[in-house]
Structures are given as C-alpha cells and as structure tokens.
Design a protein around this ligand. Structure first.
Ligand code: PLP
Length: 292
C-alpha cells in the first residue's frame, strides 16, 4: 500500500515545485509522529476517493468537500493544486488494471506548532465488489441526533467528514450482530439520514430521492454522479426530508459510495425490498465510466 506524505502548503503559498512537497514513503519507514492530533484525537478530516484505471474519480467534488470539512473544523484552507498533484501521483501508483481507493487525510498536526499533517494511502481493491450485483442487507439504527442538529449544535460537526469514525464503525458491527451488512442511520425524530460510509438513494416510480444534507449528513460525491446519470435518463431527482416510514415503500433502494459504488438493498430490517436489477447495472456502469 503506497503511502505519500505531504508537506502541507498554505492555500496562498507562492508558486513552488509541488512534486517536491509530496514524498512517497517506502514500506516499513516511519511516517507519523504518534503525538499527532489526527490519530490521538481524531482531530482531522479525510476523503476516500475511488480510483479506476489509475484515475481518481469525482475529484472536484472530493476537493470541494475536503475544503468544506476544513472550514467547519477551522483547519487551514487546503492548497488545491498541491492536493490535486498529490492525489494524481497516489492514483497513478495503483495498478491500472484494478479498481482501488485513496484515503486522503489532513490533521491538525502536533499540539503546539499548529502545522497540519497530510498524507495519502493508496489501496488496490482486493476483489470485484460482488455486492454491486448481489446486494446488501441493511438495518436502521438511531443516530441520536435530531434533524435540526446542524442548526442547534453545529459544534458536533454534522456535514464534516472528520476522522472520528469510531461511532460509524460501531454501527457496522451492530449491523453484523443483527445479521446485516450495513446500516441506515435515522435522526432521533424519525428521518432517513445516511449510512456509516455511504449515501442513501431511493426510487419511487420515476423519482430518485436522497435525504437533504441540511439534516446533518455529508454531501455524497457518488450521489451527485448518480443524480447526473438519473437526470440524463429522464428520471426526476429530488433531495427531501424522508420520514422513516417511506423507506419500506420505495420501489428500490441503494447505498452509494466512492469505492463500492452502488449496492442495491435487498433487505431492510430483515424484510425483502424490491431490487431494480437493470437500473443498478446501468448506475454502476455510469459510475465506472466516469472520466473524472
Ligand atoms: N456518508 C458518509 C458518512 C460517508 O462516510 C461517505 C463516504 O465516505 C458517504 C456518505 C458517501 O460519500 P461518497 O459518495 O463521496 O463516497
């Protein structure tokens, strides 16, 4: 797994040799100070970017979300050209004949100096994602926040992709204990949110619906691509506040994310759901065919 360490530049740095600010680190060579506030407090942000044929997917949307997360955490504005260059190098390090992913991380750095730390880990996929065809079983779990959390308690950082994913991972373990593969989080006042690492998309007839992000969820880059694909097919795309009761009424449902892409939901809380095989295939074909 190639690792790239980044000498993080301020957004307004004068022109410089950007390649010289990105170092590929050999296996077994130390990369990180254990006092870094990223690993020790989860105080940082990240993006997971899919790579196909050596090309990072939906890069503009990922960089926009990284910048938004940085702003929400009062981290320095990322130097866009530097991160583009680093991401391009990391993507090109993966085998061109396999899919893969990049974990792109920016932390608050060491306590004291205030200099952020940045790195990218490039990982080739170890399989061909059979769940894009076979689907996933999903359970609903309470996330514990009401749908107005972003207004009432913005310091909880809804909408920021922070490194603090222990809760998300615990929810996935709870799903496995319940015999499922994944989770749909619900607000405490009963609205559909997102999954621990993906966005929820539903089909009702010719309407493709996803939860509104202002209830305190991440804007999904894959969801954006799916909406562009759906609109091009003449489907209506809608962002809405979705009461939990609507989930079971959907004609089809998916969890979508950057590396797994679109996984159709076959069961919701153990009850079978409709699967739209043709639309799922077309959706994944469109996601795989993206050029950027
Ligand atoms: N929601 C959460 C909480 C996530 O962690 C992710 C993926 O990282 C997503 C949604 C889906 O985002 P994307 O489509 O950009 O991978």
């Amino acid at each position: 797994m190639p690792v790239f360490m980044i000498d993080v530049l301020p957004a307004d740095a004068p022109p410089t040799d950007l390649d010289a600010t990105v170092r590929r680190v050999d296996d077994g060579v130390a990369t990180l100070d254990v006092r870094d506030l990223g690993p020790s407090r989860g105080d940082g942000i990240f993006e997971t970017i899919g790579v196909i044929g050596g090309h990072p997917q939906a890069l503009d949307a990922h960089l926009a979300r990284l910048a938004n997360s940085a702003a929400l955490l009062d981290l320095p504005v990322p130097h866009e050209a530097q991160w583009r260059r680093a991401i391009g190098r990391a993507a090109a390090s993966l085998p061109a004949d396999r899919q893969g992913g990049l974990k792109v991380v920016l932390t608050r750095g060491l306590e004291g100096p205030g200099a952020p730390t940045g790195w990218i880990v490039a990982t080739p996929a170890d399989g061909d994602f059979p769940e894009r065809e076979t689907g996933i079983r999903v359970v609903t779990l309470d996330r514990g926040y009401a749908s107005d959390v972003a207004v009432r308690a913005p310091w909880l950082l809804p909408g920021a992709k922070t490194l603090s994913y222990a809760v998300n991972m615990a929810a996935l373990r709870e799903a496995r204990r319940r015999g499922a593969d994944d989770v749909i989080f619900l607000t405490s006042d009963g609205f559909v949110m997102e999954a621990p690492t993906s966005t929820v998309i539903l089909r009702f007839g010719d309407r493709i619906v996803t939860p509104r992000t202002d209830i305190g969820i991440l804007p999904g880059t894959s969801q954006l691509s799916v909406f562009a694909f759906a609109a091009a097919r003449g489907l209506h795309t809608v962002e809405a506040k979705i009461p939990v009761a609507r989930l079971a009424e959907a004609d089809a449902a998916w969890l979508v994310s950057s590396v797994r892409l679109a996984a159709p939901i076959t069961h919701l809380n153990a009850a079978a759901m409709g699967v739209d095989v043709e639309l799922t295939r077309a959706m994944n074909d469109a996601l795989l065919a993206r050029q950027a």
